[in-house]
Design a protein around this ligand. Structure first.
Ligand code: HPA
Length: 278
């Protein structure tokens, strides 16, 4: 039985501050969740208290849904996420993203750690994702379609909202943060790629590789959320450098990128609120 969103929202409303009307949802990945610490008047719900979700099992992920105010804008922030490689059923990933819509948000900002396929874009850099290649062996919408959420078939030609990209680029410029753009290829993980896979992905036009983001983007677009996505480069993809890849390295370099995101995300949220884009 798919998780009932009514049941999910009933639980969340029990925790939510009175008259809380968030404008933007955020999903923050490995080592990137320090932004949530800037949220004022936070009210947190552990993922495992929400029907259909689990607590997550990845080091560096807090697994909390935080409701509060970021620089004057009411937001929801998912600190941590559920990955398909953890054995998370697609039902949980659908629920996880749809909560943001059911709370009343129109936009979601998704962040994640990635390896870079471009030698000139190294650890600590930020890439604004403008398209993706779904190389995970599945799609989170497989199974009966819930028509109340979105249509059975829908397009992904503008999966990453152009208006939100403009607002993000302007925010980065104001802060003097270099913002690269690129295509995200999603792999299932948890093993990192082989050098041959990375060579193939480069030929396909991918710029960064990661183990998350894409299932969430697909669910978000299905239910009509506008999507912006920032990828934090934690390493050069395998074969592009001598460094051995590790989750510890992901967390360390995630912190470097997080220092930029802690400034960029609130600036983006403010800009998006000003333009009425959220
Ligand atoms: N590959 C896949 N996922 C990742 C990587 C990588 O090199 N770095 C951070 N997440």
């Amino acid at each position: 039985m798919p998780t009932s969103m009514n049941e999910v929202m009933e639980v969340i409303r029990r925790y939510a501050p009175k008259n809380f009307a968030p404008k933007v949802g955020m999903i923050l990945g490995s080592g990137l969740s320090s932004i949530a610490e800037r949220i004022e008047h936070p009210v947190s719900i552990p993922f495992q208290a929400i029907p259909g979700l689990h607590g997550g099992s990845v080091a560096g992920h807090a697994s909390l849904m935080v409701m509060g105010v970021l620089d004057g804008v009411p937001v929801i922030c998912m600190r941590g996420r559920l990955h398909v490689y953890e054995g998370t059923p697609y039902d949980a990933i659908r629920t996880f993203v749809r909560i943001i819509k059911h709370m009343g948000c129109h936009s979601v900002l998704i962040t994640g750690a990635v390896g870079s396929l471009r030698a000139e874009v190294g650890a600590g850099e930020i890439v604004m994702v403008d398209d993706h290649i779904n190389f995970q062996p599945g799609n989170p919408l497989v199974g009966p379609n819930d028509e109340s959420e979105g249509p059975r078939f829908f397009g992904l030609e503008e999966a990453y909202d152009v208006g939100l990209q403009d607002i993000m680029a302007a925010a980065a410029e104001r802060l003097d943060i270099t913002l690269h753009r690129g295509v995200y290829i999603s792999v299932l993980g948890p093993s990192f790629e082989t050098p041959a896979e990375i060579r193939a992905f480069r030929m396909w036009g991918a710029d960064v590789v990661g183990m998350s983001v894409v299932p969430e983007v697909i669910v978000a677009r299905h239910c009509g959320l506008r999507v912006a996505c920032l990828a934090a480069v934690t390493n050069l993809a395998v074969g592009l450098s001598e460094e051995k890849l590790s989750h510890e390295g992901t967390l360390h370099f995630g912190e470097l990128a997080a220092k930029k995101l802690v400034k960029l995300i609130p600036e983006f949220v403010k800009g998006a609120a000003e333009y009425g884009m959220v």
